[in-house]
Design a protein around this ligand. Structure first.
Ligand SMILES: Cc1cc2nc3c(=O)[nH]c(=O)nc-3n(C[C@H](O)[C@H](O)[C@H](O)COP(=O)(O)OP(=O)(O)OC[C@H]3O[C@@H](n4cnc5c(N)ncnc54)[C@H](O)[C@@H]3O)c2cc1C
Length: 466
């Protein structure tokens, strides 16, 4: 059986796999979450909430999540906290460098770092990965946070002939990035994902990406080594999406890498598509058309997009509802294996990774996937994931959903999406940009954060009284 065309394998797919509680919470409180009614379109009665799927979380995580989500859903706290985080993230002062200031380091570790990040070294990361898998997640996605900022005066150097070239330091950064990325790969296992951040390779990478030039040779060689090592280990990798000034170049590189390394039916390399962009559907169509024409498999990691605060606003859908529709349409296109209009080619081998904290989008895609499997129609491999420290209530539902399916499955292959947790590692200072992005995301998701707070309080209460 080809992984890109999953057949019904003995498991009775459940038509609406996510619990009605999670979906109703979104439907009843958020405008635009029309999809949520799919869980139970006729019911208007709200049953008492029982958070059984979160029972798998250690109490330490429940407590820490509760404290953080309560603070994050308070505008009074969030505004100054974001301002402080912004200063620490962008400051060049040694006092505000958490890797030099031990008090600041401890403070950040106790509050945000331990909640969102995997650890500062191999030992800490391995422990976190083991804990995540013990909770029941079917896999992890791990990324290396280090981003090196080069002083412009150090970037260029004259060679023997007098022409300007990148300095040795810039080449050294590519080498360090490759080593760090390969080290990260060794911390995950077969079936897990390596998250690759190409901007981490420094000016040689960033400049070429921004100018939409082909991938520089030194980087192409490093990337090739990373892909080969990932395949040998039985893992997969994805390329993180960036801001639009870089993304066009990055998309072209991603397609080149997929053409070279995605020769088998199940993709090794995934590119990230940001659904909030007005051009995202056309971009997916371009990926599908090229893959069909040139015979490689295409892996799509679908996100909404994390750079709304810094992006050229007209490139992004005008409203949240339009972004939601765009996201769901791309997921549906992949699941139903629909080629772009006017392209008369068979759908290529493909896989979809749904990277979202939005329960309505997850439910809609999973529901469609199950519907296709039930009616024995071809679809693509579907997997789901959330960021560590975020949307644990949805993640736990997905884990439970998979475990339930596994119990009744008669075959090895369970046709319900696996659930992953995505995390970054690095020293506290190296993870500051990542933590800052997570804080901004939480600011834009106050409603959801409030619901997570309610769910956590109920789970804690259940533990106390039960
Ligand atoms: C596993 C994982 C990996 C990720 N990797 C990346 C990555 O590589 N690159 C990246 O950019 N992001 C990445 N993200 C973050 C992602 O893009 C979102 O910022 C985040 O997940 C919040 O979106 P959501 O789908 O969870 O749902 P929601 O919380 O429902 O949606 C929030 C998102 O909707 C969009 N939005 C909000 N308001 C508006 C508005 N007024 N108009 C239009 N759109 C609006 C924004 O994209 C916002 O982030 C990742 C997320 C996950 C879970």
């Amino acid at each position: 059986m080809r992984p890109t065309s999953i057949q019904h394998v003995g498991l009775k797919p459940r038509p609406f796999p996510l619990s009605n509680q999670i979906l109703r919470r979104h439907h009843s409180t958020k405008k635009g979450f029309h999809n949520a009614v799919i869980a139970n379109p006729t019911s208007s009665v709200q049953p008492p909430l029982k958070m059984s799927s979160m029972a798998r979380l250690p109490t330490k995580i429940v407590l820490r999540s509760l404290v953080l989500t309560s603070l994050m859903s308070s505008k009074l706290f969030l505004k100054p906290a974001l301002a402080i985080l912004n200063i620490v993230t962008n400051s060049k002062s040694a006092i505000l460098n958490p890797d030099r200031n031990r008090v600041l380091n401890k403070l950040l570790r106790w509050t945000v770092y331990n909640h969102f990040c995997a650890g500062t070294n191999r030992q800490e990361v391995s422990k976190t990965v083991a804990e995540i898998k013990k909770i029941g997640y079917q896999g992890v996605i791990l990324g290396y946070s280090k981003e090196i900022v080069v002083d412009p005066n150090e970037k260029l150097a004259h060679d023997g002939s007098g022409s300007l070239n990148y300095s040795d330091k810039c080449y050294q950064i590519v080498e360090e990035w490759k080593k760090g990325t390969l080290e990260t790969l060794r911390m995950v296992g077969a079936g897990d994902y390596l998250a690759v951040k190409l901007t981490g390779a420094g000016p040689i990478s960033i400049d070429a990406m921004a100018d939409n030039r082909p991938m520089p040779e030194v980087l192409a060689k490093a990337m090739n080594e990373i892909c080969v090592a990932t395949r040998e280990q039985g893992s997969r990798l994805w390329l993180d999406a960036e801001q639009q000034v870089l993304q066009q170049g990055l998309d072209n590189w991603a397609i080149d890498i997929m053409r070279k390394h995605n020769s088998s039916a199940a993709p090794l390399v995934y590119n990230t598509i940001q659904g909030y962009l007005k051009g995202s559907k056309a971009n997916v169509d371009r990926h599908l058309t090229l893959a069909a024409q040139q015979g490689f498999s295409v892996g799509i990691k679908l996100v909404r997009g994390a750079y709304i605060e810094h992006e050229t606003r007209p490139l992004i859908h005008d409203t949240k509802e339009e972004t939601d529709q765009s996201y769901d349409l791309i997921a549906d296109t992949m699941l139903c294996r629909r080629m772009p209009e006017g392209v008369d080619l068979p759908f290529p081998n493909a896989a979809l990774f749904l990277a979202t904290h939005n329960a309505a989008s997850a439910a809609k895609a999973i529901s469609k996937h199950q519907e296709l499997l039930l009616s024995k129609q071809p679809t693509v491999l579907l997997e789901c994931g959330q960021i560590q420290g975020m949307a644990d209530e949805l993640s736990c539902e997905l884990v439970e959903n998979y475990e339930r399916a596994l119990k009744v499955s008669t075959a090895n292959d369970v046709s319900v999406p696996k659930a992953f947790k995505c995390m970054a590692w690095g020293s506290v200072a190296e993870c500051m940009q990542y933590l800052h992005r997570r804080a901004i995301e939480n600011k834009g998701a106050v409603e959801r954060t409030k619901h997570m707070g309610v769910a956590l309080r109920q789970e804690l209460w259940r533990r106390i009284v039960g």
